[in-house]
Design a protein around this ligand. Structure first.
Ligand code: AMP
Length: 143
């Protein structure tokens, strides 16, 4: 199967262009990280390369390499910020694999022993909670 082309108007492209708001926790020349608005656990963060690609199939290898180092940085920060027992990293490619937004991104999800994850793309979190959780991660990154 051939993947469809990248769509410049996907919701994460709009976040990158500043056309819609996001709760950003980290940004560098190549990558941003921001809160997932329908978190599967408190602190659920998304890391994405700025360069346009739909998913892993069409990604620039250099962008991928850089993004995974940012995933590590964010994983360490969310583990500290949420006193997590573990951190779950996920990345979906095409709808059959669960992808719903078609700009490459990694999920970084804190896990607590015995606490189940909420559903993927489930309930929208309150903005104040997202802002508070973003601040905890920013503090951990700066700590
Ligand atoms: P995926 O299925 O891997 O494409 O996941 C897309 C993720 O983006 C889901 O976990 C959604 O909750 C999340 N999401 C959708 N819209 C937004 C948005 N505007 N800001 C932040 N996260 C979003």
């Amino acid at each position: 199967m051939t993947s469809p082309a990248y769509d410049d108007n996907n919701i994460f492209a709009k976040i990158l262009k500043g056309e819609i708001p996001s709760y950003r926790v980290y940004e560098d020349e190549h990558t941003i990280a921001f809160m997932d608005v329908m978190p599967q656990s408190p602190g659920h963060t998304l890391v994405m390369p700025k360069s346009p690609s739909r998913n892993i199939f069409d990604a620039d290898p250099a962008a991928l390499q850089h993004a995974i180092t940012v995933v590590q940085k964010i994983a360490v920060a969310v583990q500290e910020a949420f006193d997590a027992d573990g951190v779950y990293i996920a990345q979906f490619n095409e709808p059959s694999a669960g992808q719903t937004v078609f700009h490459l991104h990694f999920h970084v999800i804190p896990r607590l022993e015995g606490v189940a994850l909420k559903p993927h793309s489930g309930k929208m979190e309150d903005g104040a909670v997202l802002a508070e959780n973003a601040k905890k991660i920013i503090d951990a990154l700066n700590g």
